[in-house]
Design a protein around this ligand. Structure first.
Ligand SMILES: [Fe+2]
Ligand SMILES: [Fe+2]
Length: 342
């Protein structure tokens, strides 16, 4: 169809022209086709009006227009593989912490930590265990840094110090001793930052061994042989209404009162021992209902108090016995001075 130059085509004529071109050039891209139509027929008001009508008949102006178009002769298929295919979020590698909750049958829990074998203080350990026996603990929890793993540290080391093999043997001997002192009760152990030196060492020096069961810490320590339940590193540990952490994950240093630092960071009833210092703190929480009080405790250690790398410090020996009534936990946080419990 041809038009006289100078006069604008009417709507019916315009439609007829567009449909003719769509029939003759079915594979031409819409924009190219519109350019050709407008070049051949400058009687159209504008290129945009041609382009828009080409896209209209091809069903490229959105769902509403596609549905409304009666003559679908030139309507193109949508690119189904893009618009209709099911989409997925990328795989997430975010870590979620495991949670370990002490069983409800556990009512009187003895807690020790920071024994730093083989640099432990045997007199302090005996004092703690004797008191725990006296109070009839029904479970024992070793809250990290049971072993020192001095030779696996990335700090400068004295090669004459106790070797890794001896440290492991001493660790096994300690677990064996715990089992003999508390024969009938569950014993739990979670690694702390010092035991984590082992995994860090493997990552850097022997990464091929990382996924081998034979090189797992719980396997090397024979925990199953001594009936000790191993709780994976970084697990969140809950006893009644208390959160028990080793304490190394708390940002910054412990400060003058480590229990206060932990309480302010964790904002819940909590117990830690990483800072080797006995302290306690409480805080009233003003809420919409009744005010509540949250409590924090940090425990003393059971290792030597004046190690060569930090001779002057504020450490002290200590341990705790936690008693639970329902979900409510009472903490007895003991300090040991000169082998006496104070
Ligand atoms: Fe420690
Ligand atoms: Fe620690």
């Amino acid at each position: 169809m041809t038009m006289t130059n100078g006069a604008q085509c009417n709507r019916k004529q315009a439609t007829q022209i567009i449909l003719e071109y769509l029939a003759n050039f079915p594979e031409a891209p819409s924009k190219t086709l519109a350019k050709k139509i407008y070049a051949d027929h400058p009687t159209f008001p504008s290129f945009e009006s041609v382009y828009s009508r080409v896209r209209y008949y091809r069903g490229q102006l959105g769902t509403q227009h596609r549905k409304g178009l009666k003559d679908k002769t030139f309507q193109k298929e949508l690119k189904i593989e893009y618009t209709m295919k099911e989409k997925f979020l990328p795989e997430s590698y975010a870590n979620k912490r495991d949670t370990f909750i002490f069983p409800t049958g556990c009512k009187t829990l003895g807690v020790i930590g920071d024994v730093h074998i083989p640099y432990q203080d045997n007199d302090a350990i005996e004092a703690a265990f004797t008191e725990m026996e006296k109070q009839n603990i029904d479970s024992l929890y070793i809250n990290g840094d049971l072993l020192d793993f001095y030779q696996l540290s990335f700090h400068e080391k004295d090669p004459r110090m106790v070797h890794f093999k001896q440290e492991l043997e001493a660790g096994r001997q300690f677990l064996d001793y715990c089992r003999s002192r508390f024969p009938g009760i569950p014993i739990y152990f979670i690694p702390g930052n010092h035991e984590n030196r082992f995994e860090r060492y493997l990552r850097v020096k022997a990464s091929e061994l990382l996924d081998m069961d034979e090189f797992r810490l719980d396997v090397l320590l024979h925990v199953a042989e001594y009936g000790v339940q191993y709780i994976p590193f970084r697990s969140k540990v809950v006893f009644g209404d208390f959160l028990i952490e080793h304490g190394d994950k708390i940002p910054g240093a412990g400060g003058v009162v480590p229990a206060r630092t932990a309480l302010m960071r964790l904002k819940t009833n909590c117990l830690i021992n990483h800072f080797h210092k006995t302290s306690s703190s409480s805080q009233r929480v003003y809420g919409p209902g009744e005010s509540t009080t949250i409590r924090g405790y940090s425990l003393g250690c059971l290792c030597e108090l004046t190690p060569e790398y930090l001779e002057i410090n504020e450490w002290n020996h200590g341990f705790a016995i936690l008693k639970r009534n329902g979900n409510l936990v009472q903490v007895n946080n003991y300090k040991i001075e000169g082998n006496q419990i104070v």
